[in-house]
Design a protein around this ligand. Structure first.
Ligand SMILES: N[C@@H](CCC(=O)N[C@@H](CS)C(=O)NCC(=O)O)C(=O)O
Length: 240
């Protein structure tokens, strides 16, 4: 068995382990699955395909949160999902895809669109980027995010329409979750790593928008977040 698993993520803010929900997802997975690991600050230049999160485990360097979790299941065993029925897997898949392929873009929109950007991201990025490069990097990162949002499509909607798409996803997720207690049953699974990361990331974002209002004001989702938090304990990125 190779050495310690290293998980490379973007730094946290607003009480999250990482502002990237894909990073927060894998950070939650390794904790829920009880896999010993070290959290490290990601370097985009070293990230496979230029995206975070990525892992290093011995000689293996791998990106994509889903590929990573598949690798971890093969390497460390599958304590969370091995027992799931086909119906539970299907339900979990739909929850995961809704978060990762749809709600994700409205979350990105909520942080980077022109109206909300100054409040949501400026302070965070100012603390993150080296002072001298800040005036250069901040607009570059902002521009890249807007370009991705436009290419994906969400960035082309009026603000109210973009947020409505996200609220529709959240309503469906909350309805599907019901009283849970977890995404697909009585115990946390890999699907909770995704659902938790998205809901926590939305609730934590430092701006008021229809997504944050929905999650913060929904008693069932708040109770769910507390249940998952109780299983996770505290964690923070460390380069040690
Ligand atoms: N499918 C990937 C998506 C990861 C992803 O989109 N990460 C974002 C941060 S949340 C990223 O690295 N964006 C930088 C870019 O697209 O250039 C996964 O599951 O890990």
């Amino acid at each position: 068995m190779p050495r310690m698993l290293e998980l490379y993520i973007s730094p946290g803010a607003w009480g999250t382990v990482s502002t990237s929900p894909f990073c927060a997802k894998v950070a939650a997975y390794v904790k829920l699955a009880g896999i010993e690991h070290k959290l490290r600050t990601a370097d985009f230049r070293k990230a496979p395909r230029g995206k975070i999160p990525y892992i290093r485990h011995g000689e293996t360097v791998m990106g994509d949160s889903t590929h990573i979790i598949d690798y971890l299941k093969t390497t460390f065993g599958d304590p969370l999902d091995a027992h799931l029925t086909a119906a539970q897997r299907a339900r979990g898949h739909l929850i995961k895809r809704t978060c990762e392929e749809s709600l994700y873009w409205v979350l990105v929109y909520s942080r980077w669109n022109r109206e909300d950007f100054p409040k949501a991201m400026k302070g965070y990025l100012a603390g993150l980027l080296p002072g001298a490069l800040r005036p250069l990097l901040l607009p570059m990162i902002h521009k890249k995010s807007l370009k991705q949002l436009a290419a994906q499509g969400t960035g082309r909607f009026a603000r109210a329409d973009a947020f409505q798409r996200g609220v529709d996803d959240l309503e469906a997720l909350a309805e599907t979750l019901g009283d849970g207690p977890f995404a697909v049953g009585d115990a946390p699974t890999s699907y909770d790593a995704t659902l938790y990361a998205w809901l926590d990331g939305i609730a934590a974002t430092q701006t008021d928008n229809p997504l944050t209002t929905f999650v913060r004001g929904h008693a069932g989702l708040q109770a769910y977040l507390e249940r998952v938090r109780a299983r996770l304990g505290a964690d923070a990125p460390s380069d040690g």
